[in-house]
Write a protein that binds this ligand. Structure first.
Ligand code: NDP
Length: 280
C-alpha cells in the first residue's frame, strides 16, 4: 500500500515553522502582510476556496480582505479596482478569484496586476521568470506540488516525471519547475498518442486533466509517486481526484489524496507568496 503524502499536514507544518516566524519578523518592523481577494459574482466553489484562503491567512497571522463585486460590474470597473489595489502600499498581494463573468477578459485582468503583488503567479512576468528559472512569485499549485514531492523525501533530479495536462496554471508551470530541478519531463495532453505508454514510464506522475478518476492503478508503474491535482464533487456529494485512489494506492509507492493533498498546498503557497511579497 502506498504511503499517503498529506498536503494538509505539510501545509500546517509550513505555516507553523516557516510562515508564522517570518510574519513575526515583518510585524516587528511594522509590516503586516495583506492579501486582497477580488471576487466577482456568486460561485459556490469559489466561495469555499476563498473561505479556505481566509482561514490559512488567519493561521499565518496575516490580513486578508475579500472585495466582492456583483456580476454586473464592467471590465473597466474591475481594472479600476486593480489599479487602486496596485497603488495601495498597505496591500502586498492581490488575486482575482477565477472564474469571472465571460464579458471580462482574464488575460487583460491578469496583465493589470502589478507583478510584485501577483501572489497567484499568473502574470506573464512571473510565469516568464518561472520558465527562465529566475526568482519570482511562483504559481501556487505547481509550487505546492513540487514542495509536497520534496517533503515526501523524493529527489526530482534524474527522475522521469510525467505530467498529464498542459494548462497555463498547472501542467506547463509544474513541468518547468520539475525541469529546473533536473527531472526529465514529459507533458501529455488530449492529443498525446499512446498516453498509457507515457504514463507507464513515470517515476513521478502528476495528473491535472480535470476528469474524475481518469487514471487507474493498472496504468501506472509499480513504485511510482502519484500526485493528484484534480478535484471533483461526485453525485453523492463526496470529493474525488483525477486518479482512482483505491486502485492506484495498491500500486504506487506514494500518493497524494483528494481532499487533503494538493488543495492545502496551493493555499499555503498563496499565503507564502503574500509573505514573500511583503518581505520584498
Ligand atoms: P484544464 O481543463 O485547464 O486542463 C486540462 C488538461 O488536461 C488539458 O491540457 C487537456 O489537454 C488535458 N486533457 C483533458 N482530457 C485529456 C485526455 N483524455 N487525455 C489527455 N489529456 C487530457 O485544467 P486545470 O489544469 O486548470 O485543472 C486540472 C484539474 O485540477 C481540475 O480538476 C481542477 O479543478 C484541478 N485544480 C486543482 C487545484 C488545487 O488547488 N487542488 C488548482 C487548479 C486546478 P488539451 O490541452 O489538449 O485540451
Amino acid at each position: 500500500m502506498a504511503k499517503i503524502i498529506s498536503g494538509k499536514q505539510i501545509a500546517e507544518k509550513i505555516i507553523e515553522t516557516e510562515l508564522v516566524p517570518r510574519v513575526e519578523i515583518l510585524k516587528k518592523s511594522g509590516i503586516v502582510p495583506k492579501l486582497v481577494v477580488v471576487l466577482v459574482g456568486e460561485h459556490p466553489a469559489s466561495a469555499s476556496y476563498v473561505k479556505q484562503k481566509e482561514k490559512f491567512a488567519e493561521k499565518a497571522g496575516i490580513h486578508s480582505e475579500i472585495r466582492r463585486f456583483s456580476d454586473e460590474i464592467s471590465e473597466a470597473e474591475i481594472l479600476g479596482e486593480i489599479a487602486k489595489i496596485n497603488a495601495d502600499p498597505k496591500i502586498h498581494g492581490v488575486i482575482v478569484q477565477l472564474p469571472v463573468p465571460e464579458k471580462i477578459s482574464v488575460p487583460k485582468i491578469l496583465r493589470a496586476i502589478d507583478p510584485r503583488k501577483d501572489v497567484d503567479g499568473f502574470t506573464p512576468e512571473n510565469i516568464g521568470k518561472l520558465f527562465l528559472g529566475e526568482p519570482c512569485l511562483e504559481c501556487c499549485t505547481p509550487k505546492g506540488i513540487i514542495r509536497m514531492i520534496e517533503e515526501s523525501g523524493e529527489v526530482l533530479e534524474g527522475k522521469k516525471v510525467v505530467v498529464v495536462g498542459r494548462s497555463n496554471i498547472v501542467g506547463k508551470p509544474v513541468a518547468a519547475l520539475a525541469l529546473n530541478r533536473n527531472a526529465t519531463v514529459t507533458i501529455c495532453h488530449s492529443r498525446t498518442k499512446n498516453l498509457n505508454d507515457e504514463i507507464k514510464t513515470a517515476d513521478i506522475l502528476i495528473v491535472a486533466v480535470g476528469r474524475p478518476n481518469f487514471v487507474h492503478g493498472d496504468q501506472i508503474k509499480s513504485g511510482c509517486v502519484v500526485i493528484d491535482v484534480g478535484i471533483h464533487r461526485t453525485d453523492d456529494g463526496k470529493l474525488c481526484g483525477d486518479v482512482d485512489f483505491e486502485s492506484a494506492e495498491k500500486v504506487a509507492a506514494k500518493i497524494s489524496p483528494v481532499p487533503g493533498g494538493v488543495g492545502p498546498m496551493t493555499v499555503v503557497s498563496l499565503i507564502g507568496n503574500t509573505v514573500e511579497a511583503a518581505e520584498n
